[in-house]
Design a protein around this ligand. Structure first.
Ligand SMILES: [Zn+2]
Length: 147
């Protein structure tokens, strides 16, 4: 076992695989957009969606707010009060350009609160302004009967 592997098994809960579900290292996947020495801009709405999901799993509220369109952005997300949520996975169902600078991404995200599994099925709208994609809002295509 290399020192690096030993370190990641010691640190336990955080694997270097990106939480968004792509079989890629976090730093090479969504981590590129979250920060570091050279912050990159997500090239399309699906990539932005993945990086936002990963930001939720890591509690990166500043990133979530920065990628939220100013017209619909909440003041804050109170992620720190939301520690009980455990994100389990993301599945992208559909990614469609709806115009030159707009797109929708349909996804299912799974999470657990206090041991109970939930499923969020949302179709999110994104717009591109000055070369950057922003989350606008979402619709819920169907209420999944997880009760
Ligand atoms: Zn990722």
């Amino acid at each position: 076992m290399s020192r690096k592997q030993a370190f990641s098994s010691l640190s336990g809960t955080f694997s270097s695989l990106c939480p968004c579900g792509k079989s890629a290292d976090y730093l090479k996947c969504c981590g590129r957009f979250h920060g570091g020495e050279r912050v990159e801009v997500a090239p399309d709405a699906e990539t932005l969606m993945r990086s936002r999901y990963t930001a939720y799993t890591l509690g990166l509220e500043p990133y979530l707010l920065a990628t939220w369109h100013p017209d619909t952005r909440p003041e804050s997300l109170q992620l720190s009060e939301d520690k009980a949520t455990r994100w389990l996975g993301l599945e992208i169902k559909r990614h469609e350009m709806t115009g030159e600078n707009s797109a929708i991404v349909e996804f299912v995200a799974r999470y657990k609160i206090a041991g109970r599994a939930h499923r969020l099925h949302e179709t999110s709208r994104f717009v591109r302004e000055d070369g950057r994609w922003y989350y606008v809002d979402g619709e819920f295509p169907a209420k999944d009967g997880s009760k």
